[in-house]
Each structure stands twice: as C-alpha cells, then as structure tokens.
Design a protein around this ligand. Structure first.
Ligand code: XBP
Ligand code: MG
Length: 249
C-alpha cells in the first residue's frame, strides 16, 4: 500500500504535554476555584487511564472524592475545564512545551514529499491551535488538512470514532496512512480504525502493552540522537524517516 498520509496524536506524541503541561494547568484551575485538589505526577499517571480533561475531572471526583457535593456538578466541571484550557494555552504561548525529538524533521520531510497530514486527538481544539502555533510554527495549522479534536465525536479514545471521523473527512483508506501515538488508549483507537501505528512512548506510557503497533520506539530519533527500539525491525536505521515508515507500512 502506498503511504499517503501521516496522522498525529498531540498529547504525549508531538510534545510531552501531560506531566508538566496539562497536569499543572488542572491544578491552577482547581486553586482558582478554591478547591484544594492536588494532582501529583503520580496520581496524574493513574488518572491518564481516562482520556479527555472533563472526563478526567469527573472520574477523579467519582473515584477519589465520593462524598464531594456541588449544587451543579456539570457546570463546575465545565467551568474548571474552561479555566484549565486558559492556563494550559497560556503556558504554550510562553513557549513552555517543546516538540519531541524528530517531530519537526519528520513533518518537514512529509511536507516536502507532498504527503497529507492530519491531527487526531482527544484534546480541546484551542490546545491544538496553541501547540501548533507556538511549538511548531506560526502557520503550522495550515500544514494539516484535517484537525480532528476534542468533542467532535462524543466517544473519545480508546474508541476509534475520532480516527473514523478523520479518515472519512479525508476520504482516505486507513491502509494508506500511518498514525503516531504514545499511549495504549491511542493505539487501541487507531487500530480499531485499522490504521497502522507507530508508538513513541513516554514516562507515563512506557510500561503499557503495544502488541498491535508496527513499531515501538523511545521517540522518532534524530540523525545525531538515535531512538531506542522497543519493537519493530528498523533495518539498521536509528531515526524515523519516510523510507522507514514505508517499510513498516
Ligand atoms: C490526551 C488526553 C487529553 C489531555 C487533556 O489523550 O487525554 O485529555 O490530557 O486535554 P490523547 P483536554 O493523546 O490520547 O488524545 O483537557 O483538552 O481534554
Ligand atoms: Mg497521546
């Protein structure tokens, strides 16, 4: 199958956003609303079992604070999440979160080769725009023909819905694409949509099961900073380029 498109997850894949981005932004929002909730790096690792910020807050309260009462809990969750998004995008605007190794290089190579690009993520659209603008390039939003994000589909990853939505919008077969994910929830979503997937792990996901991935790597690697290969034959290569992706497809 010819490789025609690259589909990128955002959080944990393009950039290490969770531990020092989303997590402190949630905590700032809690403090703003006078709540003494503190999501430590360790606790956050457990909460990542649930994708989506609003869903994560809800899961936290239901499982860790069963006695918590609020006059209008749905509104509180929505307001907290709005505040969290404001804090998070402000962090991005300050240049706080760099891209992971190899991401910029691979994006440039794909654009030069005329491959189609898309974003497929559960994160809020404002977060995508801010990350692309401040961490990739001023005009990076225009590099992606489809940005599938947030509540466009009600069922977030690990459901395949966001991938199916993006594939339909692009009118492309999954076999002509490669998805990039960092987590098991992301891999379950992409594979349930039949998209061959390369996983680049991070501190929160390195222990997860990625049996269904074409390759599992520490990161995409650079010519002078090779990746560590956890699964998949790289034929002697030590950074991801289009030639290697075509081999994996
Ligand atoms: C990412 C997420 C997101 C972020 C927060 O999952 O789970 O919830 O943590 O984003 P994936 P929002 O990388 O698999 O898409 O707060 O904007 O929902
Ligand atoms: Mg992710």
């Amino acid at each position: 199958m010819p490789l025609q498109a690259l589909l990128f997850d955002i959080d944990g894949t393009l950039a290490d956003t969770e531990r020092d981005g989303h997590r402190p932004a949630f905590n700032l929002a809690f403090a703003e609303f006078g709540l003494d909730w503190d999501w430590t790096p360790e606790l956050y690792g457990k909460l990542l079992a649930v994708t989506g910020g609003k869903e994560r807050i809800r899961y936290f309260v239901e499982n860790y604070l069963p006695d918590f009462r609020s006059a209008d809990f749905d509104k509180l969750v929505a307001d907290l999440h709005k505040a969290k998004t404001r804090h998070y995008t402000a962090m991005l605007a300050n240049g706080a979160i760099p891209l992971r190794p190899g991401v910029r290089r691979l994006l440039h190579e794909a654009r030069q080769a005329g491959l189609r690009l898309a974003i497929v993520t559960t994160t809020t659209p404002e977060n995508v725009t801010a990350l692309l603008r401040y961490s990739v390039a001023e005009d990076a939003e225009s590099w992606f023909e489809v940005i599938a994000a947030g509540d466009i589909v009600p069922a977030k990853k690990p459901a395949p819905d966001i991938y199916l939505w993006a594939l339909q919008k692009m009118r492309i077969a999954p076999e002509n694409c490669i998805a990039f994910e960092d987590s098991r929830n992301g891999l379950l979503a992409s594979r349930a949509a039949n998209v061959p997937t390369v996983v680049t792990v991070n501190g929160y996901t390195a222990h997860e099961n990625f049996d269904d991935a074409r390759a599992v790597l520490s990161d995409l690697g650079e010519p002078d900073a090779p990746f560590t290969r956890l699964k998949g034959d790289a034929g002697g290569k030590d950074y991801v380029d289009l030639e290697l992706l075509r081999r994996w497809l």
